[in-house]
Design a protein around this ligand. Structure first.
Ligand code: FMN
Length: 173
């Protein structure tokens, strides 16, 4: 597990190669297998592979989402906020599990923040932009999306910054 965590990196540059259906399904399976508070599964995953839609999605953020223009797919993660108040945590775990599984499958991916962010259209949040683009009902809140594609090149594995051990506290803070 630690070896896999070390190898995981955010990948923002992709080749033109499509993602094999089996790999995409395995990534989605990782999302669906994620634990949720009270086992309520408030999330929904919207898979986007249409190039035109991916290009439009890049405009859902002022910056930080341009990799979608070269991506083979994106998975938009949203939740019905009426189901459980801790939907943010539920969506985050699903995002994280899919990001890690993508790396394990040799697929490059990057987390793109949606919640609390603004689109390129003045006054329109990223959440509203995406909901209007895909006709998503108001009761859903979009938390994040995962861009996906076959990596243009490998990134070096993470090295643990020893200073981060200062973040760990024992018995008292
Ligand atoms: C909650 C969260 C939000 C993020 N949002 C974005 C984003 O909107 N755009 C982006 O390019 N990267 C985003 N990232 C990726 C981080 O920038 C990246 O994980 C960090 O720089 C460390 O690099 P690494 O993932 O390669 O180790 C996000 C990551 C997390 C966990």
């Amino acid at each position: 597990m630690i070896e896999k965590l070390t190898k995981r990196r955010s990948i923002r540059k992709y080749t033109d190669e499509p993602i094999a259906d089996e790999k995409l399904n395995t990534i989605l399976k990782a999302g669906l297998l994620s634990p949720t508070s009270k086992n309520l599964h408030p999330w929904e995953f919207l898979v986007v592979q249409d190039k035109e839609a991916l290009n439009k999605l890049a405009d859902s953020r002022q910056m930080g989402a341009d990799m979608l223009k070269g991506a083979a797919a994106a998975i938009i993660v949203m939740a019905d906020t009426t189901v459980n108040d801790v939907w943010v945590e539920d969506c985050s775990i699903a995002m994280s599990n899919m990001h890690l599984t993508a790396a394990d499958q040799g697929v490059g991916s990057c987390w793109i923040q949606v919640r609390c962010r603004q689109s390129r259209t003045p006054g329109v949040t990223t959440d509203k932009f995406i909901k209007e683009l895909f006709g998503i009902e108001e009761k859903y809140a979009v938390e994040a999306m995962l861009s996906l594609g076959m990596p243009e090149k490998e990134r070096r594995p993470m090295t643990l910054d020893e200073k981060l051990w200062d973040k760990v506290h024992y018995e008292k803070f």
